[in-house]
Design a protein around this ligand. Structure first.
Ligand code: KG4
Ligand code: ZN
Length: 338
């Protein structure tokens, strides 16, 4: 069988990433994260687009160098067409198009949300790749979805957030506590020494498998305002308990919906992805699900959870096998359904 080399490019949000894959194996996966957004407490689209323009050439060069293959071996260029920030997507899309023209190779468009899910098919994952059908939960700063995956390119969204993404819920809660952006990992860290039952926060009532996190954020804000009015040192004195309580509420919401999805579909294979997959309580809860309810759970390596080009590359490979190429007339698509 022919060996396929895919050069992949991802630029949908604030990470510029390039990867080279040899079939399903990652030869290189280079990501430039943008520090500039830290001082604004969130991603500023215009700054993201400009940083992509600066980063894209060096990142692609590094990916090619690290893969240590001749450019002439590249079989196709895969790129993120959407969904994401328009200005950011345009940088990767135009770059991919010109490179494909220059190297005279086909172009393959990739849906970023499909890529988060298909990252599980990259070779060498600790948990292996899930068999179809399986449930995928993508949880990050930009996404919260539960998807029924029937085949590589046959997916159905069962539920998604109606407002904030779960990573935003972590980050906005952290901001209320005065923690720097992104605060999700810090909540996880402080929660380790806290009592998750110290401060009960209400879970939202949302129909079906959809999510809502904006109400939780508001109730945390009011709670903190009320308590600090009584005791200005409240946060400092109770940081671990507050973080543990917030985290267990958020993870509880995710687990409730997963249990519901399993019940509804009868499928017990669960694959997660996105930056929030790094959360230790989510990982522990999934492992507990394996013991308690016979689930089989799959968590990709962390570098394939956060936004990265390797996941774009694996989709590129799978589409290459199906001859699913994209015309040069393609343009970026900010809203791009699964
Ligand atoms: O996938 P990602 O790197 O970027 C996108 O949003 O696409 O996800 C970043 C999100 C941030 O909201 C960050 O706070 C959250 O993932 N995150 C965590 C943890 N590590 C990253 N949230 C909770 N616990 C963690 N350990
Ligand atoms: Zn993403």
């Amino acid at each position: 069988k022919e060996t396929i080399y895919i050069l992949a490019i991802e630029s949908s949000c604030d990470d510029t990433s390039a990867a080279v894959l040899q079939n399903k194996k990652v030869l290189s996966n280079i990501t430039a994260t943008q520090q500039i957004h830290e001082e604004y407490g969130g991603v500023v689209p215009e700054l993201a687009s400009r940083a992509h323009q600066q980063n894209i050439v060096p990142v692609v060069h590094q990916a090619l160098n690290k893969a240590n293959i001749d450019k002439k071996l590249i079989s196709a260029i895969a790129f993120t067409r959407g969904p994401g920030l328009m200005g950011s997507l345009l940088v990767g899309t135009s770059f991919a198009k010109s490179l494909a023209l220059g190297l005279n190779v086909p172009l393959i468009e990739v849906n970023h949300m499909q890529a988060h899910i298909l990252a599980h098919f990259i070779e060498g994952q600790g948990d292996g790749s899930p068999e179809f059908p399986f449930l995928a939960m993508t949880i990050s700063g930009g996404h919260t979805q539960i998807v029924l995956v029937k085949d590589y390119f046959d997916m159905e969204i069962l539920g998604e957030t109606l407002d904030d993404a779960v990573g935003e819920a972590f980050d906005k809660s952290a901001k209320i506590l005065g923690l720097p952006y992104p605060g999700g990992p810090l909540i996880d860290k402080y929660a380790k020494n806290g009592n998750p039952k110290a401060f009960p926060f209400p879970k939202p009532k949302v129909e079906g498998l959809n999510f809502s996190f904006s109400g939780l954020k508001t109730s945390i804000l009011y709670f903190i305002q009320r308590e600090t009015a009584k005791n200005p040192d409240f946060i400092e004195e109770n940081l671990a308990d507050i973080c543990a309580s917030i985290q267990s509420t958020i993870v509880g919401i995710l687990m409730d919906k997963l249990k519901k999805a399993v019940k509804q579909t009868g499928i017990k294979r669960i694959a997660i992805g996105g930056g929030v997959s790094a959360n230790s309580e989510i990982r522990n809860s999934l492992k507990a699900g394996e013991r308690k309810w016979g689930w089989k759970t799959y968590i990709p390596k962390f570098e394939y959870c956060t936004d990265n080009a390797a996941m774009i590359g694996i989709v590129g490979y799978l589409k290459y096998e199906q001859n699913a190429f994209t015309d040069q007339a393609v343009s970026a698509k900010a809203r791009y359904v699964l």
